[in-house]
Design a protein around this ligand. Structure first.
Ligand SMILES: [Zn+2]
Length: 100
């Protein structure tokens, strides 16, 4: 098995990923989930740099501060932009192969 490394050179103005060291961070709006006590809340439209290689997300300082501010509010329900249903799963039984 041989993997070919592709070096991308057209990313002069974009920082390289600090995790996998590959270039190609892309500016995107992402969602992130946070646990607030027993509640799970989702924040959407967060500007982030997303690595095409490993999927790691990086936030700039201002975005991180704004996220901290939002988390500091405790996510009051009345200020939620919208509601979404979240499906909850459990791990399969230990030892089950899943093909039975
Ligand atoms: Zn990466």
């Amino acid at each position: 098995m041989q993997s070919s490394e592709v070096v991308v050179q057209d990313t002069m103005d974009k920082p390289a990923c600090q995790i996998c060291r590959k270039a190609g961070l892309e500016e995107m709006l992402v969602q992130s989930a946070f646990w607030e006590g027993e509640r799970l809340v989702v924040v959407e439209d967060i500007p982030a740099l997303v690595c095409r290689g490993c999927g790691e997300r990086f936030y700039d300082d201002e975005t991180a501060i704004r996220l901290d501010m939002l988390r500091g509010t405790g996510f009051p329900a009345g200020r939620a932009a919208r509601q979404m249903n979240v499906e909850v799963f459990r791990l399969p039984e230990p030892g089950s192969s899943g093909d039975g």
